[in-house]
Design a protein around this ligand. Structure first.
Ligand code: FES
Length: 155
């Protein structure tokens, strides 16, 4: 459990670890993602609502969106760092690459990152590490929530 205010919302292109859009909690092995309410999703209407649900994205009452991503690469289990330089997650072991939503971009990972369920309690955000969604497949144009970043990772 942590204060919502510790995780300022941002649009994906502006994410910076610990400062905007993405925070890390080592005790929960979790990246907490906080997308601004005016995030430009690639989907809309019912398609968007269904996909947010399928990817365990939780909408807050202020209109912003939260995701709790498990840090473990779904290829062979390395810890995946967030890379500010390419606003995405890139695994140092074999190069699997994931968007800020945890959606697979490229590399050997067989699916997108796993994510925990979340809830809110007053001004706190609660990550339920005992309840994991391990079934988010590789996205395609009909399911991908946000575009792939245009900037290449430098390392
Ligand atoms: Fe991450 Fe292989 S463990 S790409």
């Amino acid at each position: 459990m942590a204060k919502k205010s510790e995780f300022p919302a941002a649009k994906p292109a502006d994410f910076k670890l610990g400062q905007a859009g993405v925070g890390y909690r080592q005790s929960a092995k979790t990246y907490v993602i906080h997308l601004a309410k005016d995030t430009n999703f690639s989907l809309s209407g019912t398609n968007l609502a269904d996909q947010l649900d399928a990817e365990t994205v939780v909408k807050d009452k202020d209109g912003s969106y939260w995701i709790a991503l498990y840090q473990r690469c779904v290829h062979l289990g390395c810890t995946v760092p967030f890379r500010d330089n390419c606003v995405s997650f890139k695994c140092p072991c074999h190069g699997s690459h994931y968007n800020v939503t945890g959606e697979w971009i490229d590399g050997p990972a067989p699916k997108s990152l796993d994510r925990f369920s979340m809830s809110f309690s007053g001004d706190d955000v609660v990550v339920h590490t005992g309840t994991t969604n391990t079934k988010v497949p590789h996205p395609d144009p009909s399911t991908r929530l946000i575009p792939v970043p245009s900037v290449q990772c430098s390392v």
